[in-house]
Design a protein around this ligand. Structure first.
Ligand code: VTB
Length: 327
């Protein structure tokens, strides 16, 4: 086995496939509650299912991006240890149901997501907002700059892609805080795909514009979702910059306790997710890259993307589950 076949202290590539089961189970559980208008219930079943599967993995894992601080999240809280305890020490970032509202409304792109990395290599982001910008692979390092005006980023991207600005599509969360950003992007002639939730998917979609129709992700979403998206980009290629929004002394202090010494730092994807990273996401609802869970008469199908930074392999796994007692 060569060095590329190992992650850190012996976390071997078998775990890539093991991780698929983790997001599959969470996705199936959440999908049973699609369109029921109950975000909390869908989230809860996804959390339970993901936790059960994670605890079967031969790892000594610590949740660093999870459901919340210990006092507010009974399961998969930040600091919770998961896995059998026998195996490599790893950091885990997870979101058993990314897009709880999307799932409750049965709209596109709800995902079950998990990332696994060498211990100490994921940014311990507090649950605050993060300003983000991301593009897919194949561009020079200076194409995007989080501090440049949005119109400039769009123009530079169009030039680098070799298309008119009118052929660029930006993905932005539909929030009042983005009114000026939306106006600036529309002012360039570029198109915007406004999404209700789900910016982990929004960022990942930039990595395959032919399939998803999205070239760039811009705007402010959750910081934990930023770290998850960065983990995916580490594996697929692509660029991301993120800055925590620490706009109160309390948030600055909370971030400092988690190891953030410079509140204004711009993090690249490889600073949010360092070292070797594995990433898996299973579609809960139908989306631009992944199909949602389908319930057949005698089987359930799932669609998962599983990524590995050391080899940059992008695998899509369509699974037909026939042992329905397991779900
Ligand atoms: C985004 C979105 C997530 O949180 O990160 C968002 O992509 C940010 O928070 O799916 P606001 O809803 O407060 O804007 C989520 O909606 C998850 O909660």
């Amino acid at each position: 086995m060569n060095a590329a076949d190992k992650i850190g202290a012996g976390l071997d590539r078998v775990l890539t496939m093991e991780l698929v089961r983790v997001t599959e189970r969470a996705a199936v559980a959440a999908a049973r509650l699609r369109g029921r208008g109950d975000e909390k219930a869908a989230d809860q079943v996804a959390v339970d299912a993901m936790r059960t599967e994670l605890n079967r993995l031969a790892i000594k894992g610590t949740v660093v991006i999870g459901e919340g601080e210990r006092d507010e999240a009974p399961m998969l809280y930040i600091g919770e240890e998961v896995g059998t305890g026998k195996g490599p020490e790893v950091d885990i970032a997870l979101d058993p149901l990314e897009g709880t509202t999307i799932c409750a409304k049965n709209l596109p792109n709800a995902l079950a997501v998990v990332a696994l990395a060498e211990k100490g290599s994921l940014l311990n982001a507090p649950d605050v907002y993060m300003d983000k910008i991301a593009i897919g692979p194949g561009y020079a390092a200076d194409v995007i700059d989080i501090d440049a005006p949005p119109a400039e980023n769009i123009a530079r991207l169009a030039k680098a892609k070799g298309v008119p600005v009118g052929e660029v599509t930006a993905c932005i969360l539909d929030r009042p805080r983005h009114a000026r950003l939306i106006e600036a992007v529309r002012g360039t002639g570029a198109a915007i795909r406004l999404i209700g939730d789900g910016d982990v998917a929004g960022v990942i979609h930039t990595t395959d514009p032919e399939e998803t129709g999205i070239d760039i992700y811009m705007g402010i979403g959750g910081a934990p979702e930023g770290v998850l998206a960065a983990a995916a980009l580490r594996c697929t290629g692509g660029q991301m910059q993120g800055r925590l929004i620490l706009d109160t002394p309390e948030k600055v202090e909370r971030a400092a306790r988690m190891g953030v010494s410079d509140p204004n730092k711009v993090y690249r994807a490889d600073e949010m997710a360092r070292g070797d990273v594995l990433f898996a996401a299973t579609g809960v609802t139908d989306g631009n890259m992944l199909s949602g869970v389908k319930f057949g008469r005698n089987f359930i199908t799932t669609h998962t993307i599983v990524l590995r930074s050391s080899s940059r392999t992008v695998r899509e796994i369509k699974a037909r589950h026939q042992d329905l007692d397991k779900f």
